[in-house]
Design a protein around this ligand. Sequence first.
Ligand SMILES: NC(=O)c1ccc[n+]([C@@H]2O[C@H](COP(=O)([O-])OP(=O)(O)OC[C@H]3O[C@@H](n4cnc5c(N)ncnc54)[C@H](O)[C@@H]3O)[C@@H](O)[C@H]2O)c1
Length: 358
Amino acid sequence: MEKVKVGIIGCGNISDIYFKNCSSYKSLEVIACADLDVEKAKQKAKLYNIKRAYHVDEILSDTEVQMIINLTIPAAHAEVCIASLEAGKHVYVEKPLAVSLEDGKKMLDLAEKKGLLLGGAPDTFLGGGLQTCRKLIDDGEIGKPVAATAFMMCHGHESWHPNPDFYYQQGGGPMFDMGPYYLTALVSLIGPVRRVTGSTSTSFLERETKDGRKIPVEVPTHVSGVLDFENGAVGTIITSFDVWGANLPFIEIYGETGTMSVPDPNTFGGPVRIKKQGETEWKEYSLTHNYTGNSRGIGVAEMADSIKSGTQHRASGQLTYHVLDIMHGFHLSSINGTHYLPFFKPERPKSLEPNTEF
Ligand SMILES: NC(=O)c1ccc[n+]([C@@H]2O[C@H](COP(=O)([O-])OP(=O)(O)OC[C@H]3O[C@@H](n4cnc5c(N)ncnc54)[C@H](O)[C@@H]3O)[C@@H](O)[C@H]2O)c1
């Protein structure tokens, strides 16, 4: 199969796993990379044997590049995506889709107008763990989902990330940073969300980096929310950068006839466990699907297949926009003291066949 030729913009922390993984998917070939700091692009190009290291305008005018993977910081996502779409490239962007809903909508509209595909992270819901959960739910193993909980509690990323400032600026915070993994998993497992309610707080006005530099905190760092799903299930989610320790599960789905314990949605593997009505023990289920190791980029590969086949890609702009809308909904609900109704409800992404290979 002829590969889709890809250019990566943003050669920072997360780019290594994309450089490593993308060459292993049969539909992708990374031929170029770029960064605001061209030296960073040159370093990655050398490390991963990429022929062309560019400034951003150069990669966008390279007619061989068909698709851009946008791995810049959240504040630059919209600008880089819009420039890429304007240059006639398909785009896959790291999460969140954009900082503002207006920019997210602009990106969706532009992609449609240009006849190009827009997709976005996370793609962990296409991994073996979450696809096994999806199959078990679709097979009726826990009955119809009636409720769910999701928890991501930590004390932020400044203890390890070399440039953690963006986590505390607009587009950052625990919900915009980690919420996409949890919300995308929930939408894939239960379906779209029709109503959102939230309360938020900022417990610490400053954060300290590894080297003792102070970062001002501009966003809520504890976000507690309620999700009313279209199918009637009610979800509870907390994402926090204010907590030193917690004993809460990642995600649990409560069905009419059993409870499912869902693996960490920031990973691709298991374990997947179910406790059924009337049973006293939890049972661990074997994973039915491939891609259980760090398979970041699987969403890009699936999108590349869709470019060729004309089918709907799963990690789509519509799905990432829905997640962005829900995340804004928690914050707006907290500010306004009202429920929030998401702008539109996308289709639940189709499940993968167990033996699918990209
Ligand atoms: N670091 C992680 O573990 C991780 C995990 C999952 C997702 N992400 C997401 O990946 C994205 C990047 O995160 P990171 O940790 O790699 O950040 P980073 O700060 O390490 O790297 C971002 C890179 O983008 C470049 N950049 C910024 N603005 C640009 C622009 N306008 N044009 C071109 N290049 C630009 C920067 O120079 C930098 O090299 C973020 O959206 C983040 O949410 C990060």
